[in-house]
Design a protein around this ligand. Structure first.
Ligand SMILES: [Zn+2]
Length: 326
């Protein structure tokens, strides 16, 4: 999910918390997981946090995605403090600020933490991320804007004015592995998918994949997405032998649930690339992705967001060209 406060987020703000009971039906037992899952919240009236994952090694900690709000990031830092081990590595699955704003806070506590990420953020800092700076500054001056929204705006401006904590010092340019004690995490790069460069992580030992916003519940967020590359990334992930998939938003799911997600994704995006009415494509996700839509308390939220993405992103040639690098 992006940090820009465009039309789409006006829609999200009407949404509410995840339907926890429904979500549990797709959740694998996490009791034995060798990592800590910190769920990103989708609170009312403020922007979301992406999920975070914290791995503990023999002498150090590694985190996948750092959230947006200090309250989220502080849970990660508290975990490291409780274990008395420094955070030495941050993996950002992508540059959206609900996944990367917390980098600065973690590095303030652990200055040695290295950032592993795609270099796509460099382009975003010259384009997508700075497009709404003037609007954001105006929002801070507007007395009718609620304080919570202003606080989000300050986080956004703070993050884009601190590029050193977003741009990787360990760029992920293709497959690579990262050792944490005996554990070897495999990093992969998907080009032109949810963003221009999405990093996803495979932990073969625990048969888990951490895919950031390549999978989002209740629906994929196309704010900076390229359907074609994204389908390829999901196909590559589906080939792997894994039991649990941790999405960028929403609760972990098993491989069978992911395969359903992928199938719904393919049908929805192929529909958007064709000439059927928008409502048909929206209905495709609402039916084939019904298990995911049900995890949000308000199905109208999914319908409105899907309609927006078909009409305002997937069927806009200039956006397809920009997000698909063409
Ligand atoms: Zn996100």
């Amino acid at each position: 999910m992006t940090s820009n406060q465009g039309q789409w987020h006006c829609v999200t703000n009407r949404g509410a918390r995840m339907g926890m009971i429904a979500a549990l039906t797709l959740t694998m037992g996490l009791a034995a997981a060798p990592y800590t899952f910190i769920e990103g919240k989708l609170p009312e009236d403020v922007q979301p946090d992406g999920n975070s994952i914290v791995f503990e090694g023999p002498t150090e900690m590694l985190v996948i995605d750092t959230g947006r709000h200090p309250e989220h990031t502080d849970k990660i830092i508290a975990l490291a403090k409780a274990r008395n081990k420094p955070i030495t590595a941050i993996i950002n699955t992508h540059w959206h600020l609900d996944h990367a704003t917390g980098n600065a806070r973690i590095r303030a506590a652990y200055p040695g933490a290295k950032i592993y990420a795609s270099t796509a953020v460099e382009g975003a800092l010259k384009g997508f991320l700075i497009r709404n700076v003037d609007k954001a500054k105006a929002r801070l001056e507007d007395p009718s804007v609620p304080e919570a929204r202003k606080a989000d705006t300050r986080l956004y401006l703070g993050a884009i004015n601190d590029p050193a904590n977003l741009i990787p010092d360990q760029p992920v340019k293709g497959p690579m592995s990262l050792k944490l004690g005996e554990r070897e995490l495999q990093l992969h790069l998907a080009k032109y998918a949810a963003t221009e460069g999405d990093v996803w992580v495979h932990d073969p030992a625990s048969k888990t994949v951490f895919v950031g916003d390549l999978v989002v519940v209740p629906l994929p967020f196309f704010d900076t997405g390229c359907a074609e590359g994204w389908r390829q990334a999901l196909a590559e992930i589906d080939k792997l032998d894994f039991q649990t998939l941790v999405p960028g938003h929403g609760l972990p799911m098993d491989h069978a649930a992911f395969s359903k997600y992928r199938s719904a994704f393919d049908d929805f995006t192929v529909c958007a690339e064709g000439s059927l009415p928008t409502a048909s494509c929206v209905a495709t996700w609402m039916q084939k992705g019904a298990a995911f839509v049900a995890m949000h308390p308000d199905p109208r939220y999914s319908e409105e967001a899907l309609t927006y993405y078909v009409d305002q992103v997937l069927r806009v040639p200039s956006k397809r060209a920009e997000y698909c690098g063409k």
